[in-house]
Write a protein that binds this ligand. Structure first.
Ligand SMILES: [Fe+2]
Ligand SMILES: [Fe+2]
Length: 219
């Protein structure tokens, strides 16, 4: 497993514009661990292939390294992982990893016989976008484009429909419990940042750069 984690690190260490260095690898590792933890909490570890689930989480976005913007990174990743795992996992295990990756981003249309590993991966992948991680990801993206606190607040609010999609797409009760806990962290941070950066007129302090009325009118 260690050599496969190193392989994932080599393949996915490049970040895309606006993403922290190594984001795809880090997201893959977090998703793999989240999927395993979710299987444990749901009492499913004895009913699945834990090795295949971990590898599906680790490599689920490997297709983003090669897929063009028009093509489906899940399809590209499923094709690629078969090649990557050849000789390192037996064919039945590779089939499970490949199917889970192929359907990981199609939460509204997936086959009835999708293995449990596929459903767990779908949930774990979503969970990794929320909580303290969401705050970090938005902060990094905003800072990378030269934005400030005001832009963080706007970006967080704009992600409301994404949060609604995540809430209605999860399969497992433990996933819903976890995402609600994570969303409370994000919402609390957003509220607190808005409160701390708001001046008495209800204007955002982060908008009150020197030269604006807020500064010139002060005694
Ligand atoms: Fe993906
Ligand atoms: Fe992902």
């Amino acid at each position: 497993m260690k050599s496969l984690i190193e392989l994932a690190g080599d393949l996915m260490q490049m970040g895309a514009p606006g993403e922290e260095p190594g984001y795809r690898f880090l997201h893959g590792m977090r998703t793999a661990h989240l999927a395993d933890e979710l299987a444990r909490r749901e009492g499913l570890r004895d009913h699945i292939r834990t090795d295949a689930l971990f590898l599906a989480g680790l490599f689920h976005d490997v297709g983003k390294c090669t897929a063009s913007s028009e093509s489906d990174h899940a399809e590209a990743g499923a094709d690629r992982v078969r090649f990557l795992l050849r000789g390192k996992l037996e064919p039945e295990g590779i089939d499970v990893v490949q199917r889970a990756i192929r359907w990981h981003n199609k939460r509204e249309h997936y086959p009835d016989d999708l293995p449990l590993e596929g459903l767990l991966l779908q949930d774990a992948d979503l969970l990794d976008h929320f909580g303290a991680t969401e705050i970090w990801l938005i902060s990094y993206r905003v800072a990378a484009r030269g934005g400030g606190a005001k832009d963080f607040l706007a970006d967080y609010r704009e992600a409301a429909s994404w949060r609604r999609y995540a809430l209605r797409s999860l399969h497992y009760p433990e996933s819903r419990k976890e995402i609600r806990a994570r969303m409370r962290v994000g919402a609390h941070f957003h509220r607190q940042l808005a409160r701390e950066t708001m001046c008495i007129e209800g204007e955002l302090i982060c908008e009150s750069i020197p030269g604006n009325a807020f500064w010139t009118e002060r005694p």
